[in-house]
Design a protein around this ligand. Structure first.
Ligand code: CIR
Length: 252
């Protein structure tokens, strides 16, 4: 298993923000927490491929948005925020050493954080970042490989995966105020506690769940359902609207 990650730009204080007010980010703490995250990925068996950031990519740590990796190929996206397109070439160069690549072309925009995959079904958030042209291009590329694609409406959140994540192919974790989880047609939906609206962004790897350490209610809930949880501190990148899926692209 490989995990592509990128270090945190010294200019993260100029990150894109959509739903949160700007508050100071402690860069030292953010980098220490990111090291913890990368350590957790290693602990779960990932070989880490690390890219460098820089002042020209304040949001570069959120590599998930720059590409989607399917079993058959990688798709380099075209993020809806113009400031984030500086991230694409380095992600394409890294992934291109491991897989065939397709690209989302103008006028399409698509953020990886909007794409949730359950088996051969892709769900894409109709967010401010992923437009119709981008979603249609994804449907076309993935459709040729036998994937179905469905657009999902969002309320008040940045990306589809801000609102929900896959625990396993039968189970979704969701904030039902931001997305209607019945669209996924899975046997079980676990709802995050009301007081932890951002906690639905978790990263499932080989049956274990990376969950924000700042979401104790969600951790208890998942553990009470028999899931193995790996808590990961993420207080600083959360101020940049980043969660746990955002900081890696994982493939086998
Ligand atoms: C942005 O607004 O683009 C970044 N500040 C946060 C991106 C988070 N990425 C993700 O949820 N996949």
């Amino acid at each position: 298993m490989f995990a592509l990650v990128r270090d945190i730009s010294e200019d993260i204080s100029h990150c894109e923000l959509t739903h949160l007010d700007r508050v100071p980010i402690d860069l030292g703490l953010a980098r220490a927490q990111h090291e913890g995250y990368v350590g957790a990925l290693k602990g779960l068996g990932c070989t880490i491929l690390a890219l460098e950031s820089g002042p020209e990519m304040p949001d570069g740590v959120f590599v998930e948005d720059a590409a989607l990796v399917l079993d058959e190929l990688g798709i380099i996206t075209r993020p809806g925020a113009g400031s984030r397109r500086t991230e694409l070439d380095s992600v394409a160069a890294a992934l291109g050493q491991h897989m065939e690549l397709a690209r989302i072309e103008p006028p399409g925009t698509l953020d990886g954080g909007d794409i949730l995959r359950i088996g051969r079904r892709l769900f894409v958030g109709g967010s401010s970042r992923s437009n119709l042209a981008g979603r249609e291009q994804l449907a076309d590329i993935a459709g040729r490989l036998g994937y179905t694609m469905q657009t999902v409406d969002l309320v008040d959140c940045l990306h589809l995966k801000s609102a929900c994540s896959v625990i396993d192919r039968d189970t979704i974790l969701a904030n039902q105020h931001w997305v209607d989880p019945t669209v996924f047609d899975v046997p079980e939906v676990i709802h995050v506690p009301e007081e932890e609206p951002f906690a639905a962004n978790i990263l499932a790897i080989e049956g274990r769940l990376l969950v924000s350490a700042e979401a104790p209610g969600t951790i208890s809930l998942l553990e009470s359902r028999g899931h193995e949880v790996v808590p990961v501190a993420n207080s600083e990148l959360a101020k940049a609207e980043g969660g746990l899926t955002c900081c890696s692209i994982i493939w086998k």
